[in-house]
Design a protein around this ligand. Structure first.
Ligand code: OAD
Length: 235
């Protein structure tokens, strides 16, 4: 199975990749739905919805700031590095990620579509200005120069994705010869809808996950294992 998947990657001229929290698991960052995942121990309603944030922005910000600290201390894994290497080999390569941690950027990936935003950006709820904010925030909840409340630049449940992101992802998937899906439970839409789209478009779909997902039975190659091990093996 691995050798056949390697051949599919080798033969492909255009590759799209979809990553999820599992790709950052080996960097020490918890996933959302696996054992020890964020949504196993926290109420997403309080931390990842506009209504929860409006009720208690300090509580939400304390959680985001703790996540930001954990991510800042983490390093990209061999899985992130393998995707950088793959991009260098191909004229057309798109990395579609649900991750907000920025580890793909830090590893060196270039053509990234961030479906769920970026935890290193903040946006003002009053004036709408958005900026990158690395390093520790001095005041929680943080405020804009205009006095408005700042929110994390990530997509919450029930919100639209960043402008143009899903369109870019759809085009990349529809034009790809191979579509690699790594480290996602494929339960959050519209990200997960890219998998049936790839199947319909005739791409060779390769899934990498230690667990099965709803799509494991439909994809060409369902590789059971950790992405930091399997992604380098695919190249
Ligand atoms: P999930 O936590 O739902 O799924 C993580 C997946 O990674 C699971 O299927 C695990 O089996 C798999 N996994 C765990 N360790 C792995 C490893 N070392 N290598 C490969 N796979 C591994 O995370 P996502 O699918 O990314 O939304 O969740 C999607 C969205 O739900 C997130 O982007 C987040 C969350 O609410 C926002 O932040 C907007």
């Amino acid at each position: 199975m691995l050798q056949a998947a390697r051949n599919a990657v080798h033969d492909a001229r255009r590759i799209a990749v979809l990553t999820g929290a599992g790709v950052s698991a080996e960097s020490g960052i918890p996933t959302f739905r696996s054992n020890g995942g964020f949504w196993r121990n926290n109420r997403f309603e309080d931390l990842a919805t506009p209504q929860g944030f409006a009720r208690d922005p300090l509580f939400a910000w304390q959680w985001y700031e703790e996540r930001r600290r954990g991510i800042a201390a983490a390093q990209p894994s061999a899985g992130h590095a393998a995707l950088v290497e793959l991009e260098k080999r191909l004229a057309e390569f798109t990395l579609i990620t649900q991750n907000v941690d920025g580890l793909h950027d830090r590893a060196g990936s270039k053509n990234i579509v961030k479906l769920h935003g970026d935890i290193w950006t903040v946006r003002c709820l009053a004036c709408g200005v958005e900026r990158t904010e690395h390093g520790e925030l001095t005041e929680l909840p943080p405020r804009c120069a205009c006095g408005g409340l700042l929110r994390p630049g990530v997509v919450w449940f029930g919100e639209q994705l960043p402008e143009g992101a899903i369109e870019r992802a759809i085009t990349a998937v529809q034009t790809s010869d191979a579509f690699i899906v790594a480290g996602t439970s494929a339960q959050v839409y519209p990200a997960a809808s890219l998998i049936p789209l790839a199947l319909e478009s005739g791409a060779q779909v390769i899934e990498i996950n230690p667990e099965t997902t709803d799509f494991s039975g439909e994809v060409a190659f369902s590789l059971r294992g950790n992405s930091a091990v399997i992604l380098p093996q695919l190249l």
